[in-house]
Design a protein around this ligand. Structure first.
Ligand SMILES: [Zn+2]
Length: 708
């Protein structure tokens, strides 16, 4: 089980499935997806870091060497600002995508490697963070031991599955697997009640697929997805064969058939974005009526939630009904095989080399397009970052995040909040009544920068050298216990949904807070000495983006206290929806690959945040000038530099397989459209670069859309 943080899906970057804390609610966290379509990040890494590829950046901070002089800014700003980089830089073979975000993450991982290396060397350290980080790392990179153990570390769990004698026991088994992070058809989250945000509640959501989402199983008219399905079945077969099954092919067929049945009753990614539709509060008795074939008492007891709840949220009621029918209709042997495969699939990366290789062959190569796996040391650090999140975070910030930087960024965020306040006042399409409500919400936004004030206590988590699978299982169970322990307690507003070493940021509507982890404010990512205009584009875009999430099509349905409550007049609500329709159509007209247009409805929230965030960056920059004129540097006006910063920070490219996964399942648009798509609606961009009718970036004024 991963961290449950409600609507944390509203992060600025990409969909980091395996990361502990970016849980996109209703987004099936436990579906074992390991690809990282990171190209969509808004991150700030780009210019200061990537400039190094062709020498130093110009005084303006612009990476002029990355630009393509053959492309006009007015025709394709994304390629104008970084066309040469896009042509010259290859995606590393162990990556699905590459860009500013990845460079930043690599830097942070290097810093953490230094910390962990020193912790891992001393076998005699027997206490505290060093012991946990050091022994976890040692257990991960000890490939000789992993190979010697083979499947043995999963023996007890496999025996438990084999011992299942009737369908009544399915619920207990599902809960036990779910507790150690295995993706099962139902997942339980604990988060704030969206209509009573001062209390925690349990949420049940669909999950349990091995491919990114239902489209991969069901879409019949897509040759690439059909090929992926065929490869998936072969992958399931190979994994079962590795685990010693004689009739692996026949079993694999039944498993994929069951997953396809599960996919058929799941909600689509677009349906799952609707917080009102997904808010279905049921009493425990009603839940049992809804899906009687599943032993809910046993399930909740096993997860430690029994007796702590009188009602819960069912995100997708029709899914639970469908699943209920599938429990009746599918033979017990198929359920057992399916659950064993889910276990294998989740834990293969921590087993012997054949399992690691087969897991990568499908998840890394087929689903994401990478040709070689990342080195074991890097995989180890990623795992420790996830499982020992705040253990690492605490050591990381004490070494790499000075207090002064926290204050600097907090000041910058205040300028953005001021910019948003001004923006609301000047909106021409909104009535004063709704404006007043929006201001109330804005004034209640809480800002968190760098790291938590209060650290999570990991004392009860045992990490043992030489027991990698055990370490992972105990860590996942620890995280799950942490979530369930919240039930019945007051909401902890000091909690963080991302670790400080995460190169990303988020808005959480339940807490009404924007959160900027230290790792994304790290030099050279954040440069306090850099010329301000470029910082307001490169760094500010993500600040504006996150604040805008409070007012995107999802966020705007929550009030300042984190409750799902409609504070809009009917008229304004209709105006907002009409603007949404225009944006859905605009982005639906963009295709990163022929035949794979963006899903304008799936990406609407992120696109609104990109659009509003860019406008807010311009406005916040003007506020920061305090009436002083801005200089021209390297021949660029301040506004031009801001847009260059914005675009170069979002540089990125991805392999086709990763792009397809992104288009199907990720609420973020690919980088190119995050830049060009939002600037085409930005009046300041037209002024800054003199965009005119006939230019390819040009949209007629009546086709442009401004939300905030
Ligand atoms: Zn976002």
């Amino acid at each position: 089980m991963l961290a449950r943080n409600g609507w944390l899906g509203n992060n600025e970057g990409s969909w980091h499935k395996p990361s502990i804390c970016i849980s996109i609610r209703h987004h099936n966290h436990n579906q074992d997806i390991t690809m990282k379509p990171t190209l969509c990040s808004t991150l700030i890494a780009g210019l200061f870091v990537v400039a190094a590829h062709a020498g130093a950046a110009a005084p303006s901070g612009i990476d002029t060497a990355a630009m393509d002089p053959a492309v006009r800014a007015q025709d394709d700003f994304f390629r104008y600002s970084q066309g040469k980089w896009l042509k010259d830089v290859d995606i590393p073979s162990d990556r699905a995508s590459w860009g500013a975000f990845n460079v930043a993450q690599e830097n942070v991982e290097g810093q953490i490697r230094t910390l962990i290396d020193s912790a891992a060397q001393d076998q005699h350290v027997k206490a505290g963070s060093d012991q946990k980080m050091g022994d976890f790392y040692a257990s991960y990179i000890d490939e000789a031991r992993r190979n010697a153990l083979g499947l043995a570390p999963l023996k007890a769990e496999i025996a438990r599955i084999e011992a299942l004698r009737d369908k009544r026991g399915l619920a207990t088994l599902v809960a036990q697997l779910s507790r150690i992070g295995v993706g099962t058809p139902v997942e339980m989250n604990v988060h704030q009640d969206n209509k009573a945000s001062t209390r925690y509640i349990v949420d049940l959501a669909q999950s349990g697929l091995g491919m990114p989402n239902r489209d991969y199983y069901l879409q019949a008219d897509d040759a690439k997805l059909a090929a992926t399905r065929a490869k998936y079945q072969v992958h399931v077969e190979k994994m079962l064969a590795l685990a010693g099954h004689q009739d692996a092919a026949a079993i694999a067929e039944r498993i994929v058939a069951l997953e396809t049945d599960i996919a058929r009753v799941q909600w689509s990614a677009v349906e799952n974005r609707d917080p009102v539709k997904a808010y279905n509060k049921l009493s425990f008795a009603q839940l049992k009526q809804l899906a009687p074939a599943f032993a809910w008492d046993d399930y909740l007891k096993q997860l430690g939630a029994a007796g702590k709840i009188d009602s819960l949220i069912v995100s997708q009621p029709s899914y639970l009904q469908g699943l209920d029918k599938l429990i009746g209709a599918t033979p017990l042997a198929t359920w057992k095989a399916y659950l064993q495969f889910r276990l294998l699939s989740t834990y293969a990366p921590y087993l012997s080399q054949p399992f690691v290789d087969e897991s990568f062959a499908f998840r890394g190569t087929v689903l994401s397009g990478a040709s070689v796996n990342r080195p074991v040391q890097k995989r180890a650090i990623a795992e420790i970052n996830r499982d020992l999140g705040e253990v690492v975070g605490k050591v990381y910030v004490s070494n790499y995040f000075p207090a002064e930087r926290k204050r600097q960024v907090e000041t910058m965020v205040q300028n953005f909040l001021l910019a948003f306040k001004e923006g609301i006042e000047t909106l021409d399409w909104m009535t004063p009544a709704t404006k007043a409500q929006a201001q109330v919400k804005l004034a209640k936004i809480k800002v968190k920068v760098g790291y938590p004030d209060k650290w999570r206590d990991y004392a009860s988590l045992t990490i043992a050298r030489g027991d990698l699978v055990g370490n992972v299982m105990r860590s996942r169970a620890f995280a799950q216990r942490f979530e369930v322990a919240k039930l019945g307690k007051p909401v902890d507003r000091s909690e963080w949904g991302m670790t400080p070493q995460t190169v990303n940021a988020y808005y959480n509507p339940e807490m009404n807070e924007v959160v900027f982890p230290a790792a994304r404010l790290q030099s050279p990512l954040y440069d306090a000495d850099a010329e301000p205009a470029i910082n307001y584009g490169a760094v500010g875009i993500s600040i504006g983006h996150e604040i805008s999430h409070a007012f995107d099509d999802q966020g705007a349905q929550f009030d300042g206290d984190g409750n799902l409550r409609n504070w809009w007049t009917k008229e304004d609500s209709e105006q907002f929806a009409a603007r949404g329709k225009v944006l859905v159509a605009q982005y639906g007209g963009y295709s990163p690959l022929p035949g794979y247009p963006l899903n304008g409805a799936l990406t609407l929230g992120e696109n609104i945040a990109d659009n509003a965030g860019a406008i807010m960056a311009s406005r916040a920059y003007k506020i920061s000038l305090k009436g002083q004129p801005a200089p021209v540097i390297d021949g660029y006006t301040a506004e031009q530099r801001l847009f260059m910063g914005l675009a170069q920070a979002r540089r990125g490219k991805a392999r086709d397989a990763a792009l397809i996964a992104q288009v199907k399942a990720d609420p973020h648009s690919p980088s190119e459209f995050r830049v060009n798509g939002s600037l085409r609606n930005h009046p300041g961009f037209y002024e800054a670069f003199g965009v005119k009718p006939g230019d390819k970036m040009y949209l007629a004024p009546e086709q442009r859309v401004i939300f905030w």
